[in-house]
Write a protein that binds this ligand. Structure first.
Ligand SMILES: Nc1ncnc2c1ncn2[C@@H]1O[C@H](COP(=O)(O)OP(=O)(O)OP(=O)(O)O)[C@@H](O)[C@H]1O
Ligand SMILES: [Mg+2]
Length: 263
């Protein structure tokens, strides 16, 4: 079986893409799945969120993309129940080096991952926000996208853009088989219940009209995410014993969307 390749995507910065990717990888690991997290962002936030220092690793995704190493040689075993292909600042160079006229310009990541797609149940790709060469490579490599959205007007606009982008990726042939696995509301601030519910209702209606799955499980705003980032441990593991922590929404969401009982 080849891996389900998940990409949490949004054209907005700070939309909880990395948090969703790192905690999703950890949640799937807790479910006993074989998981590879791929950091495809020159900011390397997913790498540091796993407690890995890019200066200490033998290779990163950048060397694998350039065929300087095999992808297996860039895989780090983390203590978090999943493997990681780290990134470093070097990855910035990829953007300048890609031949933007070539038909294959969006297929570099997909091809780099090919040798390991049979080794994992899930590959989770983290990429930067703006829709350019990194994100388009991630979207071309993915089988399933998750769209995180926040209860705010500008974020709903971002969700709408992303759903429209999805449609153009499918129709343009960049990734004809791509699916939207779910839209997930994150950073749900309990202090603004009425406003949030209004935004959630708009998001849900938009999704229903386009047959896009919208999840009723929201990820609440919590400083537990920042604590975990500082500790270099995915939040669902860092706060594993605190069953009331909002971070466990991720465990529920990933079980619901990608678990064995999924529809
Ligand atoms: N539910 C939450 N509650 C509080 N803080 C959160 C929550 N989810 C994420 N954060 C914090 O918000 C910040 C931005 O999140 P994150 O880095 O995941 O966004 P991103 O979409 O990956 O950003 P970028 O566009 O820069 O890649 C981080 O500091 C993270 O810890
Ligand atoms: Mg990020």
């Amino acid at each position: 079986m080849t891996a389900t390749v998940i990409h949490a995507t949004s054209e907005k910065g700070g939309a909880t893409k990395t948090t969703t990717s790192v905690n999703g990888a950890a949640a799937l690991g807790l479910m006993g799945k074989r998981v590879l997290l791929v950091d495809f962002d020159p900011q390397f936030n997913a790498t540091t969120a796993c407690g890995v220092d890019p200066a200490e690793v033998p290779a990163t995704i950048y060397e694998a993309l350039h065929h300087k190493v095999k992808i297996n040689e860039a895989i780090v075993k983390t203590p978090h129940g999943f493997d990681l292909v780290p990134a470093s600042r070097d990855l910035t160079g990829f953007s300048d080096e890609v031949d933007r006229e070539a038909d294959s310009r969006y297929d570099h990541l997909k091809f780099a991952l090919l040798p390991v797609v049979e080794d994992y149940d899930f590959i989770v790709i983290d990429a930067p926000p703006t829709l350019e060469i990194f994100t388009l490579n991630a979207l071309a490599a993915a089988t399933d996208i998750l769209i995180p959205v926040q209860p705010a007007g500008f974020a709903l606009g971002g969700m709408t853009e992303m759903v429209n982008t999805f449609a153009s990726l499918v129709s343009s042939g960049i990734n004809p088989n791509l699916r939207i696995a779910a839209v997930v509301m994150t950073m749900w601030d309990g202090r603004y219940k009425a406003d949030n519910e209004e935004f959630a209702a708009i998001a849900k209606e938009f999704c229903e009209q386009r047959y896009v799955p919208y999840l009723d499980t929201h990820v609440r705003l919590s400083r537990h995410f920042k604590d975990a980032e500082d500790a270099g441990v995915p939040a669902v593991l860092h706060h594993q014993k605190n069953k009331r922590s909002p971070v466990h929404a991720y465990t529920k969401i990933f079980a619901q969307v990608f678990g064995d009982e999924r529809a």
